[in-house]
Design a protein around this ligand. Structure first.
Ligand code: AKB
Length: 317
């Protein structure tokens, strides 16, 4: 990767990835794009362009103008939002992906896009879900993610585009809050613990899902994109995870630092049903074997860092 175009760069992954890539590869070499502009270092600390990914020509023109060798395509709707508006989700998640892949083919660039644990469904083995297994998701987001994995494989086999990707679990970050996901509770809980010392979880007790701290997610993207292509057998949909946790595990981890913190449950049936259709835990051994993936943060280490960073951000002593 020498010159990179990132779509959806103001989102949860994009905002931290853009900053890290600019530090590593040079500020002028990372072209951040998004459909909107906000007050953010992503906009002010390097090249930034407005881009609607449903407009394929606009992606092409920007990629050509900046002479990029890599496209990192992040613009997408998350699971709960996609379930509320399946038609919009199909248009943005599928047509946006197809447009970005076409540009990668036309301009011969490398390509990364994330899949998700949402690509699994109720008939998938729930525990230590294997890399290659049944994928019959019941959500629009899941349908988009499985189709996306297959489309990226297709572009690699049919056109030789160097496509790569991972199946991300719920991502937890202290920089940008997620919007419209099923795993968002695992971010909200830290903000509420610090601000109000209480949290109402919309996901029920005992519901396990895979999670990962954002620094591990960013490292995974960079490591996979820098990996020797000859070592990659799976390419587009590597399972990656750092922990499998339920709401009560976050509660207990936070209580070690804020003993007065309490949590109750007000379960949201839509997001609970999505969570129950996803695995309890996934097996990331293919990513470890093929490109050396290893998460650094477990729940305890992540909780300590999240609370420290958020205290500073929210000016809480
Ligand atoms: C979501 O909850 O939709 C995302 C995901 C796991 O893909 N965080």
């Amino acid at each position: 990767m020498k010159k990179v175009l990132i779509t959806g760069s103001l989102g949860q992954i994009g905002s931290e990835l853009t900053t890290t890539l600019r530090e590593k590869y040079g500020h002028d070499n990372i072209i951040a794009t998004d459909i909107r502009e906000i007050d953010s270092p992503v906009v002010t600390e390097g090249p930034f362009e407005i881009l609607d990914v449903t407009n394929g020509k606009a992606i092409h023109d920007l990629a050509e103008k900046h002479n990029v060798d890599t496209i990192i395509h992040l613009a997408a709707l998350l699971s709960a939002k996609a379930e509320n508006n399946p038609q919009l989700a199909w248009n943005l998640n599928m047509n946006g992906l197809m447009n970005a892949l076409e540009v990668a083919r036309e301009l011969n660039t490398k390509f990364f896009t994330p899949s998700s644990i949402g690509a699994f469904g109720p008939t998938t083995p729930k525990d230590q879900t294997p890399q290659d297994t049944i994928q019959r998701p019941t959500t629009m987001y899941g349908v988009n993610k499985v189709s996306g994995e297959l489309l990226c494989d297709y572009y690699y086999h049919r056109f030789g585009v160097d496509t790569r990707g991972v199946r991300f679990p719920g991502l937890i970050s202290n920089v940008t809050e997620p919007g419209g996901g099923t795993t968002d509770y695992a971010v909200e809980i830290y903000y509420e613990a610090l601000k109000n010392k209480r949290y109402s979880s919309y996901i029920a007790e005992g519901t396990h899902m895979d999670m990962m701290y954002m620094p591990d997610a960013i490292n995974a993207i960079i490591q996979l994109m820098e990996a020797d292509p000859n070592q990659l057998k799976h390419r587009n949909a590597f399972n990656v995870t750092a922990m499998s946790a339920a709401p009560e595990h976050f509660e207990q981890a936070i209580q070690k630092h804020i003993p007065e913190f309490t949590m109750d449950y007000q379960v949201d049936p839509v997001r609970q049903a999505i969570a129950e259709s996803w695995p309890n835990s996934i097996d990331a051994s293919a990513a470890t074997e093929e490109w050396g993936f290893k998460a650094e943060y477990d729940l305890e280490k992540m909780t300590e860092d999240m609370l420290d960073k958020l205290k500073a951000k929210l000016s809480i002593r």
